[in-house]
Write a protein that binds this ligand. Sequence first.
Ligand code: SF4
Length: 449
Amino acid sequence: MPAQRPTAGEVTRFRTVGPQHMDEVAARYGLSHGALETVRAVSRVLPFRVNDYVLSELIDWNRVPEDPIFQLVFPQHGMLRAEDEKLLVDLARARAPKREIAAEVRRIRAGLNPHPSGQMELNVPSLADDALEGIQHKYRETVLYFPQQGQTCHSYCTYCFRWAQFIGDADLRFAAPGPERLVEYLRCHPAVSDVLFTGGDPMVMSTERLRSHLEPVLSVETVRTVRIGTKAVAYWPQRFVSDADADDLLRLFEQVVASGRTLAVMAHFSHPRELETATARRALGRVRATGAVVYCQAPLIAHVNDDARTWAELWRAELSAGAVPYYMFVERDTGPRHYFEVPLTKGLEIFRTAYSKLPGLARTVRGPVMSATPGKVLVDGVEETAEGRFFQLRMVQARDPDLVGRPFRARWSPTAAWMDHLELDPSAPADIAAAFAGTSRRPMAGVSE
Ligand code: SF4
């Protein structure tokens, strides 16, 4: 049973809790010695950070270790290969030299595909042959911007596909020191209508810092939508309610809206519990009152949200908070994917069952969707034919805009969990087949033009 647990609504001072605080966490919430050793070992490889709000108001400590929020933020046994976890535990017990441990950690990380879907090679744009730091351009209309000071989060998700952003390796990190090059790039690319501020979580920045990155973008007339990707409503809703500059932040949001742009807050909710606290509901209400539209998205993750009831509840909660259910993603091919992955056929079943329980207004959601190298692939159904079973697939976004909206299919498999597990049907259109084989000759939207 937890001891000294603050009552709901009590946490107002932001404090991060990491591996160095694990003795305190174990004593306060009653974590076993084995669990403690696992957190210490796995967090050498994967980033671990949580805060007092998540610890005291979101995790149900009576259900640990199965509790979905505990699974969402605490490193778990099984996330690394058994021999790697054992090795790290043994090295710690033997008080091995730091250098030896660091070498093993580097080896294990390199085996976890730190930058999936060609992010490093395919999405970095350039101007006059200079690669632009902290910017990605994959789809024609949308540029992703990674402001340098926004490259952490209020808490880390164990399944994060951007985990490599948080491990202190500059070679694996996207970060833009300032918006000057972004603005230049946008002026040269008027087809870009949307700029997504992302990270990490841009909401970790002070309002003044965010303003310094955001205002220059508003000077580019062709930018019509500013998107902000954030999990702050789930992990630190006080950012919009009681932080010292929370009101200034809302004024900044109003300024974006007053400029005639759409402000889209791309909120990440993994579980309905994140929307249950009064602070989270208040935060959403305050954000919406600025004129921003809140779109919600999250991946489907084993141990966290892999059942239809959870998703139906989540989408209903989003709708009743005035937000728009948008995407259910498939867990990406990176990090401890084997721990979290859900076969596509099960994901489809979960999506359909949950979707069928929704009122029409919540059926804005799409899924399950894979953000693969050529684009976003929707798993739309399963088809029984004389030649066997197939997944019906459709590109809902693509590097090559000609592929968007086009159906194709791949042989059904009970275990396939990602595009690279699928065998495309030979009848797939040649350009789609080429995009997935990596042999497409079409220019990619994000590469220097
Ligand atoms: S909030 Fe987003 S960026 Fe941050 S750890 Fe979670 S998934 Fe990753």
